[in-house]
Design a protein around this ligand. Structure first.
Ligand SMILES: [Zn+2]
Length: 285
């Protein structure tokens, strides 16, 4: 079962969120029939989405993450709710690119470097918060690190990894490590050293390390405090026939009448879960 756990290291001066998201990324792969590189790209975005969702306080709150860049995948979208559950899609799910010289999936090229990361937080305020930062590499973890440093003034280390083979997602997960304002130079040095020595997150998960062992490895601290025991994120779509009906209601009546002259029903498809909804004329007009 997928899980998110939270810890404090360095006597409370460093905050760590660790996530295993293998099942929810595999679910996304199956729903959208994602190619390996699309699985890795969307999987990384869903993982950071789930991690960010775990910090929301209320199930009515949501965060939408979007990457729009010049790579072949096109636009990537992830929405997370107060529960840390996520849904997402990629514009061109079948994109296939040659592996990088180190044998890894070329997420950066598939996403593209020339573009922007959009973070829209709807946390019950009058207007949603919108943060926009230019991409660094299209590799997603680096792009979010820059977003947090610049838009939220949060110095952090983010790692996101998805391991895919011919059968599907083998392992997926990530971590999000933030320095509290009282973190010392010595803490920073210790973390830098530990993070640099640690293996990639997907490798650590493949070795079946627990999230706590991973948190210990990336902080060099084996005296962690458990901040949150466990939540279990899932791939979840909250679409409904009613929501699509509201969407249709925003169209002009004459346009709808025009459609119903040619066909008996209007069919809509949810881009997050592929569920189809059919509307007869009397339901819409
Ligand atoms: Zn849906």
């Amino acid at each position: 079962m997928d899980q998110i756990k939270k810890y404090l290291a360095c006597e409370g001066r460093v905050n760590i969120i660790c996530a295993e998201t293998t099942e929810l990324v595999e679910e996304a792969r199956k729903i959208h029939d994602l190619s390996p590189v699309a699985t890795a790209a969307l999987g990384r975005l869903l993982t950071i989405g789930s991690i960010m969702g775990s910090n929301l306080k209320d199930a009515n709150e949501s965060i939408t993450l979007q990457i729009k860049a010049n790579g072949e995948l096109g636009k990537l979208t992830c929405v997370t709710f107060g529960t840390s559950n996520v849904k997402g899609y990629v514009e061109n799910p079948l994109v296939d690119l040659p592996l990088k010289s180190n044998g890894k999936l070329d997420v950066g090229t598939a996403v593209g470097k020339d573009g922007f990361l959009y973070v829209v937080k709807d946390i019950g305020l009058k207007e949603p918060y919108v943060g926009i930062t230019p991409l660094v590499s299209g590799e997603i973890a680096e792009d979010f690190t820059k977003y947090f440093a610049e838009s939220e003034q949060k110095p952090c280390v983010i790692a996101l990894g998805v391991l895919v083979d011919s059968k599907g997602v083998k392992k997926a997960g990530g971590y999000f490590l933030t320095l509290m304002p009282d973190a010392t130079e010595a803490d920073i040095e210790k973390i830098e050293k530990a993070v640099n020595q640690a293996e990639p997150i997907s490798k650590m998960l493949e070795k079946n390390m627990t999230l706590q062992q991973i948190a210990e490895t990336i902080t060099g601290d084996d005296n962690l405090m458990v901040l949150l025991k466990q939540i279990n994120p899932k791939y979840e779509c909250n679409c409904s026939k009613e929501k699509f009906l509201q969407g249709l209601a925003t169209l002009k009546i004459e346009d709808l009448e025009h459609i119903f002259e040619k066909q008996e029903t209007i069919e809509t498809t949810c881009e997050f879960c592929n569920k189809k909804y059919e509307f007869r004329k009397e339901e819409v007009l």
